[in-house]
Every structure is written in structure tokens, then in C-alpha cells.
Design a protein around this ligand. Structure first.
Ligand code: ADP
Ligand code: MG
Length: 217
């Protein structure tokens, strides 16, 4: 089970990871975009972080809804609406929940990915966050079918996400600003894929207990 407190912790940890890697994300975006991904994400998750205390007692769906609204209103660029959609879909499949089973987690990850695909129209191999989120969902689903628990399923999913992230390096970008570069987008890791990997890794770290935030009671 992933508890409501762990969800808050995850958002807090993700926000601090983004802050810590702000320059790196911006450098990745400088190579194939407009050098603002770290700035965009840090602005949004600083805002999320600042409102976490006010939503501490809410159910998981309400928390995700607030995160979504905050990101949509504060993060510019392509990534704001895409992450906003991810959290909005996560909210819609967790109505009223105070904790998540492994199946709930699968539904959440699947719904978030579907939202990003519907919104951004990227396919696997287009060099976007989809190339990180999609293998994670596929691997998580396989683990669930093999009766693995949340921690083990997340470990496998994060490993698949990391591989998916590395696989973006040789890809030619077909969506977003990086696609304007054509062949020159080859040889660089996708910035949005990198932040998506951090998002999943932060969730794993909180759920397996290797990383805690000040929200741990
Ligand atoms: P912008 O490109 O508008 O400056 P960001 O720099 O914040 O926005 O985010 C860029 C990231 O957004 C890319 O690295 C990519 O992962 C993701 N992205 C861009 N367009 C799409 C899309 N259509 N579908 C999925 N992800 C996308
Ligand atoms: Mg950018």
C-alpha cells in the first residue's frame, strides 16, 4: 500500500530533486531546446511544495488535482500542460482514495501516460517523456501480472524508465522544440524524459523507504 502521507512525501522529494537538478535539466534543454526545462519545472514544483502543507489532510485524488492545477497555471512551455495532464488523469483514477494498492498504482501510471499521449500526440521513439513513461508502465504491468508487490514493481519500472531515458540519446526528435533541430537533436538526452525519470525514481525512493521528507510523520 502507498499511503496518502507517502504521496505527499513523494511530491516533496520530487520537488527537491528537480531543484537539485535544475541546472542539469536546463543544460539538457539548452542542447536541443530553449534552455528552460529546469527553470519551468523548478518554478512549478516550488509552487507545489509551498502548497503541500495546506493539502496535507486531503485524499490522494484531491492532492493530484491541486498539483495539476498548480502546474498548469505556473509552468510554461510544453511540459507544464503535459505534467498537468499527467496529474489530472492520476487524480481522476484515484477518487476518494487514502491509499493505493499495486493495482491502483498501475491504473494511475497508465492513466497519466495515456493523458500525456492524448495531449502531446507523441509516439514511442519520438524522443519525449513518453519514451520514459511508457516502458515504465509496460514493465510495471508485467510485474503486477507476475504478482509482484508495489516496491518490486516500482523497482523494475524505474529500471525500465532509466533504460528508456538512455535510449532517447540516439533518437531523432519528432515532437516539441527539439524536433526543429532535425538530425542535430541526435546524441542528446531528452530533458522532459529526464524529469519524468526523476518523478518515477522519487516515488520508488519514498515507497521503498530509502528517502524521506519532512512530511514523514
Ligand atoms: P518547451 O519545449 O516548450 O520549452 P520544456 O522545455 O519545459 O518545454 O519541456 C520540453 C520537454 O517536453 C521535452 O524534452 C519533451 O520530453 C517534452 N515534450 C515536448 N513536446 C512533447 C509532446 N508533444 N509529447 C510529449 N512530451 C513532449
Ligand atoms: Mg524548453
Amino acid at each position: 500500500m502507498v499511503t496518502q502521507v507517502q504521496i505527499i512525501e513523494w511530491l516533496q522529494v520530487f520537488a527537491s530533486v528537480i531543484n537539485h537538478h535544475k541546472e542539469e535539466l536546463t543544460e539538457l534543454d539548452a542542447a536541443i531546446g530553449d534552455a528552460d526545462h529546469g527553470i519551468n519545472m523548478d518554478r512549478g514544483f516550488k509552487k507545489v511544495s509551498s502548497i503541500l502543507p495546506s493539502i496535507e489532510g486531503k485524499d490522494i485524488s484531491s492532492i493530484f488535482k491541486t498539483v495539476s492545477m498548480t502546474l498548469i497555471s505556473s509552468v510554461g512551455g510544453a511540459s507544464g500542460p503535459l505534467y498537468g495532464t499527467w496529474f489530472l488523469r492520476a487524480s481522476s483514477v484515484t477518487a476518494g482514495k487514502q491509499e493505493l494498492t499495486t493495482n491502483d498504482l498501475l491504473n494511475l501510471l497508465q492513466a497519466g501516460l495515456n493523458g500525456v499521449i492524448e495531449r502531446g500526440k507523441a509516439q514511442l521513439g519520438d524522443k519525449t517523456m513518453v519514451d520514459v513513461l511508457s516502458p515504465a508502465v509496460t514493465t510495471f504491468e508485467k510485474a503486477v501480472n507476475e504478482s509482484k508487490g508495489s516496491v518490486e514493481a516500482l523497482r523494475l519500472a524505474v529500471a525500465a524508465a532509466e533504460q528508456g531515458l538512455k535510449d532517447t540519446i540516439p533518437m531523432l526528435a519528432k515532437k516539441g522544440r527539439a524536433s526543429y533541430l532535425g538530425d542535430r537533436s541526435i546524441g542528446h538526452q531528452d530533458p522532459g524524459g529526464t524529469s519524468a525519470y526523476f518523478m518515477l525514481r522519487s516515488l520508488l525512493e519514498v515507497v521503498e523507504g530509502s528517502r524521506r521528507s519532512k512530511y514523514r510523520k
